[in-house]
Design a binder for this molecule. Sequence first.
Ligand code: FE2
Length: 429
Amino acid sequence: MFDLVIRNANLPDGRTGIDIAIAGGRIAAVETGITAEAGQLIDAGGRLVSPPFVDPHFHMDATLSLGLPRMNRSGTLLEGIALWGELRPTLTREALVERALRYCDLAVTQGLLAIRTHVDTSDPRLVTVEAMLEVQERVAPYVDLQLVAFPQDGYFRAADGVSALDRALDMGVNIVGGIPHFERTMADGAASVEALCRIAADRGLPVDMHCDETDDPLSRHVETLATQTVRFGLQGRVAGSHLTSMHSMDNYYVSKLIPLIAEARMHAIANPLINIMLQGRHDTYPKRRGMTRVPELLAAGVNVAFGHDCVMDPWYSMGSGDMLEVAHMAVHVAQMASIVDKQTIFDIITHGNARAMGLADYGLEMGCNADLVILQARDPVEALRLRANRLTVIKRGKVIAQTPPRLSALMLEGRPAEVDAAAYAPKTA
Ligand code: FE2
């Protein structure tokens, strides 16, 4: 007897009419025609059942703080950093926890069940670290939350940057971050990459660094990160986040750089919504797109991931915890519009992102964690196009969120009989 069986599912790999059986919080069978008894039955009705969405790059200490203490007038990354610097001294643990918990509730309804957040270590009070450690513990039953020690004001540039990052790691943050392009000089940036990779090697931790989040075609920290990754034996444990300078680099130089990234088995994390919003701000026309070279990295065998990065904070006034929105923007910015491209992008916001975060037992195979989302779409391409409703969200075999079907999508699916006419009929007096 199973705890739960989901009948008649379409899977992201194209299989249809599949039953998924769950027992003890894990996937026990994925096949057609499961007849064994189950405590609970859900009919997916030929809709897409996917592993949950994963966000490998977020800033949960800043989320939902939009307008505090004022708006970002120029819309640039640098004004965002300055604005965050104004807000930071006023932050309290209680307010940080309250906003983060609200965001995690939103994430769950969007089928987003694993998030890696960078936690700013620039304020030596480390109230951000205390708050995010508390949030990590409180959301553990429903969100797998990873924390990165992130020296927002520069590891060397901030007065207490070096010691604060060390203390954050001692407190339990277990990924090493960095921001080499924000150090005072290119040389300081390169030195910070080396120092931070050394810390990761000494402590046995992964690295996830904001790297070359700039339009400067001569920024070279990605190259340094790839080199130090190999030098310290960190292959497969290092992520380079943003990498936007690669958009503006000389093509010949990139033909050397991408193989270095592949050799280091680095994960490349682009943030389509934020990159298209913040980059190219010093351009007149034409304006650069500012996202890293996704198709070229994929072609070289690099694991590409997509993050949400920001939701309603000093850098980005929009966002809704929706990885399909992130992917929708990626389709446009990367100009990946073919059916195969869109399937690849859906695979990125699930499996690619899970690989970047090093998640264990993720997926739809037997033995994987029974973490699943039933979408109001028939396949990944339709899910992307409609940014489909997440009808049912399941964590370790238990339903943790449900959303009613969207009427317009029911019509598009050709299910008019399921539309409750009363729900949209014109009201009469
Ligand atoms: Fe970021």
